[in-house]
Design a protein around this ligand. Structure first.
Ligand SMILES: *Cc1c(COP(=O)(O)O)cnc(C)c1O
Length: 395
């Protein structure tokens, strides 16, 4: 049985139960207050950094609006995301186009709407930016090989070798753009803090060599995301990350730090969400099989895509949890007719033996990379709904 209080306070749990009691499952309930607390905490640990919320983690407008009011900026990856954020009255100066994979006409559209900061990691993309967003600030994303310690790696697909980053920043200057900085992403749910050390050292090397050899003075480091949410595998506290990263920065850059940008997604919204599902069927594959199969009304295609390769192991609570309740190992699967729709088979969750059809299963820490990842209507199932639990009015 999961120790629920490690993930959600008793008070928030009771609020959630009351809020979700009559809701159709599957659904996700997001607690806005948790996100506010996370943002405040992050700012406290990184007072010197500008925060750019990675909107893809959870694009619900209430979340974006609240973070905007709290002073966040936004990392945006597509035109629809841009439209949504601008429609909330957020100024284009607070937006970074962080996707290195984009069409020329998307760049033009961002530029037209006032966005002036762009990520890149290739010559062709940089050419497109020079033509369609003249004069804009450019940061180049570097590739990190060391992302195997991340539970949801973002390596390989994005970034370029530091030598190419060097060339791209020269090309940026030579095509009338403003060489601005370096970015990296150490991989999402990164549990090895040392990875930032290596990334910051590579960044320092680029800052120094571009200034010495080319007279190009970079002024910004975008350290991406990667800070963890709390799942079943232990992680260091955010305070440990902050202390270590500060030390790496000062070792390499001294007290006169460049502008530092963070793009948190998972760590801001992950633990704000609880996904409620219902047990559809419990069965065994033969009369003597030891493991029960527990089939739910949600699965890989309806909010839980990050169970792919069993990468993210969510804490699971059931409506039958009780101190001393007997438990046994189960295989947990979704409701669709795709055999890939198995959530956990190698890793065996232990659930109460008196779990029955119709009982509820709650996946904790499901505020990030869940709702917006759901398929449109595979097997006719409607996409999982997200409900926002507003902040408690101040007393
Ligand atoms: C997804 C993404 C993030 C957020 O990463 P988390 O690990 O969820 O914090 C930040 N920056 C970029 C460019 C991303 O693609």
């Amino acid at each position: 049985m999961v120790n629920r209080e490690e993930y959600v306070s008793e008070e928030d749990w009771q609020r959630f139960l009351e809020f979700s009691r009559d809701l159709e499952t599957p659904c996700i309930v997001v607690n806005l207050q948790t996100i506010r607390n996370n943002f405040t905490r992050l700012k406290g640990f990184f007072p010197y950094a500008d925060i750019y919320y990675a909107v893809k983690a959870n694009p619900e407008t209430e979340i974006v609006s609240m973070l905007a009011d709290m002073g966040s900026n936004f990392d945006i990856a597509s035109r629809p995301e841009l439209d949504m954020v601008l429609s909330l009255g957020i100024a284009p100066e607070r937006i970074s186009y962080g996707n290195t994979i984009k069409k020329a006409r998307d760049i033009a559209c961002f530029y037209e709407r006032g966005v002036r900061m762009f990520a890149t990691d290739s010559k062709e993309d940089l050419k497109n930016i020079a033509q369609n967003a003249p004069g804009s600030r450019i940061y180049v994303r570097i590739l990190l090989e060391s992302s195997t310690s991340a539970d949801w790696p973002l390596s390989r697909k994005f970034g370029c070798h530091p030598d190419m980053a060097y060339d791209l920043l020269i090309m940026a200057r030579d095509t009338g753009l403003t060489p601005y900085g370096i970015s990296f992403h150490v991989g999402s749910q990164q549990r090895d803090i040392g990875v930032w050390d290596d990334a910051i050292a590579k960044t320092k090397y680029l800052f120094s060599s571009l200034e010495e050899d080319e007279g190009i003075r970079l002024s910004m480091i975008n350290m991406g995301g990667g800070f963890p949410a709390s799942y079943t595998q232990p992680t260091n506290d955010l305070g440990e990350y902050a202390a270590e990263i500060k030390r790496y920065l000062i070792d390499d850059f001294g007290d006169d730090l460049p502008k530092i940008i963070l793009e948190p997604g998972r760590s801001l919204v992950g633990n704000s969400g609880i996904l409620a599902s219902e047990v559809v069927l419990i069965s065994r594959k033969n009369n003597t099989a030891l493991n029960r199969w527990v089939y739910l009304d949600t699965g890989k295609f309806n909010g839980l895509i990050e169970t792919m390769d069993e990468s993210i192991k969510y804490p699971i609570v059931t409506s039958k949890d009780a101190p001393g309740a007997r438990e046994a190992e189960v295989i947990i699967a979704g409701p669709t007719c795709d055999s890939m729709d198995i959530l956990y088979e190698n890793y065996k969750y232990r659930l109460p033996v008196d779990l029955r059809i119709g009982d509820r299963l709650y996946f904790l820490s499901t505020g990030a990379y869940t709702g917006s990842y759901a398929s449109v209507s595979f097997n006719g199932f409607t996409p999982i709904k997200t409900y926002i639990m507003k902040e408690k009015p101040a007393l």
